[in-house]
Each structure stands twice: as C-alpha cells, then as structure tokens.
Ligand binder design. Structure first.
Ligand code: NIG
Ligand code: FE
Length: 414
C-alpha cells in the first residue's frame, strides 16, 4: 500500500488522546488551519503539521489535495442492530394511533416480529440487506460500526447473525465490531419458562460464542417487561466470565436499575439512558462507563432526550450513535444524529465531534487505534463538504461527506 499525503486541509478538527474524554475535555478539540497529514504504508498516521508540507520523494506518496476543506476522524457508529430480516412499517400506523413500543412488543410484535423474519431469512438474504445499509453508512462517513445480534434468540439464528457480521467485516471497508445480544427479548417459545432461556444463554450459548470468537461484547435489553436488572446482572456476569465485555441497554423507556449496575460490572458502555436517574449517572462515573446516547431513537419514539449535560457535568464520557434497527430507529444517518444531539442534548459541535469519534471508539474499546487524528492511529478520516465544524450539525439531513478514507485508502467519494 502506498503512503498517503493529505494536504491543503482548510481545517483539521480532532479530539486527542487514546481514551475517552469526559467533562470539560469532551469539548476540547484540536483545530489546525492549513494542515497536512501523512501516513505510513500500513495506513497509520505518522505526522500532522501546519503550513507547507514536507518535501517527499516523487512517487513515494499518494497525494490528495483536500481543497481547503474540513477534515475530521471517520465517524464511528457505536450502537447498531445491523443484521435483521424484513422491516416493520406496519407498526408505524399502530404508533400513530397511539400504541406504545412496549405494548406492541407485549402483543408479539416489535422485536419478536423481526425475530420471525430473521429466523426465516437465509444468511445470503441477511447479508444482502445489511450490505445495503453498510453502503449507505460508508457514504455518510462511517468507518467503524458496532453490530449486535439479537433477532434470532435461538442458538442457530444468533450464530447465523454473528457469522454474517464476521463475513461483512471481511468484505466491507467499514470495520464491524460484533456484540452478542441474545438477551434482547425472551422469545415466544420460552415465554412460560424464561429461567430456562436464561440458563441456556448463560451456560451454553455465551460459552460457545466466546469460544468461536464470534463476539467481543455481551449486551442485554434491561427494560420493564424484557429483562430485569437482576437477570441482566447474571447475563452480563456470565459474559464476563467468558471474556465478553459488558454493555447494557438501560433506561430507554423505564428506569429499572440497569444503569446502576454499570459501576460493579465495570460496563464498557450503557446505552439509551433516556430516563436515566442521578444514581445511574453516578454509577457510570464510578464504573468508567461510556454513556452511548441515541438521539434519533428519542426522536422516533417521540420520547424525551437523555440528560447528556448532566452526564458531562458528572464526568461521564458521552458518545452518540444511530441505534439503526427496524423498530425504534430505522435510520442510519449519523450526521442527522449529530444535529439532533446538538439541538436536543445541547452538545456543542466540539463535544458532538468527540461523541461520534473518540468517545464512540472508547464505547467499543478501540480508542487506542481510532477516533482521533494523531500519530499512531489509523488514518480513518472524512474530507467534508464543509469548511468549519459548526457547518456539520447546522445542515439538516444532507450528506456532507465528500471523501471517506479508511486506513489511508479512499473507500468512498460522493
Ligand atoms: O435499541 N431497545 C431495544 N432494542 C432496539 C430496538 C429493537 C427493535 O425494536 O427491533 C433499540 O431501540
Ligand atoms: Fe439498541
């Protein structure tokens, strides 16, 4: 691979460091005007500077002129349910007529309806549907994406989902990070014996998935009518025993104690947190947990918004992700999430940039490799159709990504 020299960068904007940024430092962004960036032959950043770029041997570098534009790290979508069969547009009408998310789920719809279509789909069909999503994500500037299972809820289908994630990771420039979410709901066949479902999950399926190296994280939907805090603890502890790091869907609709588990579990991230309480925020601060917030889900569910400012004030690092899924957020435009995060969480554009880059990297344990532009990190970056940082969240819903570069290579041009 040829080394890269990216020059004539109007503004290079990036958080800095190899770990999540919390509190006031979440808003500290390095801004270099008239900058350049160089990589080695492995797509790793070697040097960044301002003004005239260093003389290079002719032909040694692939030279790209950024034309005076804004350059940031590639976006990281730290929470998606990428792999699923079918769609659920039928629920849209039900919602408009007042049915709530949990009512639809309790009636056998919602997640359980996607479980039926995911079980029925072949591996090829799941791959084709997710490939369409990855193509769109890449064009929006996403260079790394977390992907959860959780629409199989039986051994075979969960393994099928995780295998699809592994194959797509190999085939697409976007790096995929796999999470096992077998505890997304109790499937219909175990409704009368949820204890046995949890037993199989913790004693059989988690060990098998960990052994096969099919997931890095274990996640649970801790919610009223889904999994209790106590059940979530058992499941995440089982994951930990087998090397799967804990994440938790908590406080999305009702606060039932999920976020409060993060301190003792040392959870890598807690996600949603729409109705998170003070005690949850304290637990995350104690556990070193990243709060992964999903503003488009609040918008789509018509709910309130997570108390992001309180989290930042309490020293909890905030990440922002899409939550792409067929129910509560059938959208993957992370740029739109960035706008909603600024407007509804009152994040500054600087805090927001950290939320979709370095803190998102920390939410998937990759802050040592990606999430910022500095020597030693992978050259994953976006050249924007923008000249300053404010312009990104200011524009509503347009795709402003111009060139997307992954590991020093151009992987998408819009
Ligand atoms: O993150 N909350 C649970 N899981 C998804 C929704 C899944 C679905 O409705 O299919 C979420 O919102
Ligand atoms: Fe989710």
């Amino acid at each position: 691979m040829r080394k890269l020299l990216l020059h004539n960068i109007g503004l290079l904007a990036t958080p800095q460091g190899f770990a999540a940024r919390a509190g006031a430092s979440q808003g500290e962004i390095l801004k270099l005007e008239n900058a350049w960036l160089m990589t080695d032959e492995n797509g790793r950043i070697t040097e960044i500077g301002r003004g005239a770029c260093p003389e290079t041997e002719p032909g040694a570098y692939r030279v790209i002129d950024a034309d005076g534009r804004l350059v940031t790290p590639g976006l990281i979508d730290a929470h998606t349910h990428l792999i699923f069969g079918g769609w659920r547009q039928n629920e849209f009408g039900l919602k408009l007529h007042g049915a709530t998310y949990l009512e639809i789920l309790a009636a056998g719809g919602g997640i359980l309806s996607t479980v039926r279509s995911t079980r029925a789909a072949s591996e090829e069909e799941l791959k084709a549907q997710a490939s369409g999503a990855l193509k769109e994500m890449l064009s929006f500037g996403v260079t790394t994406c977390e992907a959860k299972s959780g629409y199989g809820l039986d051994r075979g289908t969960e393994l099928k989902q995780l295998r699809v994630i592994r194959e797509l990771d190999r085939e697409w420039p976007i790096d995929l990070v796999p999470t096992y979410l077998g505890a997304h709901a109790v499937p219909a066949e175990w409704k009368e014996d949820r204890e046995e479902y949890i037993r199989r999950l913790t004693e059989e399926w988690i060990p098998e998935i960990a052994r096969e190296g099919l997931a890095e994280f274990c996640d649970v939907f801790c919610e009223k009518g889904v999994f209790t805090a106590e059940e979530s603890r058992r499941i995440l502890e089982a994951g930990k025993r087998h090397g799967l790091l804990p994440k938790i869907h908590a406080d999305e609709i009702e606060a039932i104690g999920g976020t409060e588990l993060t301190a003792e579990l040392k959870a890598v991230s807690a996600e949603h947190l729409i109705v998170c309480r003070e005690s949850g925020i304290e637990a995350m601060a104690k556990g070193g947990t990243v709060a992964c917030l999903l503003p488009m889900t609040s918008f789509y569910l018509g709910s309130t918004y997570a108390p992001a400012r309180q989290m930042i004030d309490a020293g909890v690092p905030v990440a922002v992700a899409s939550d792409y899924n067929p129910g509560s957020c059938p959208g993957l435009n992370l740029q739109l999430a960035m706008t909603v995060a600024c407007l509804k969480y009152r994040l500054t554009p600087e805090e927001m940039l950290t939320a979709v880059t370095l803190n998102a990297a920390a939410a998937i344990r990759r802050a040592d490799r990606i999430g910022s532009l500095e020597p030693g990190k992978q050259a994953d970056l976006v050249i924007w159709k923008a000249r300053d940082l404010d312009y990104l969240p200011y524009r509503l819903g347009s795709n402003l990504a111009y060139f997307v570069i992954k590991n020093g290579e151009v992987v998408c041009a819009n």
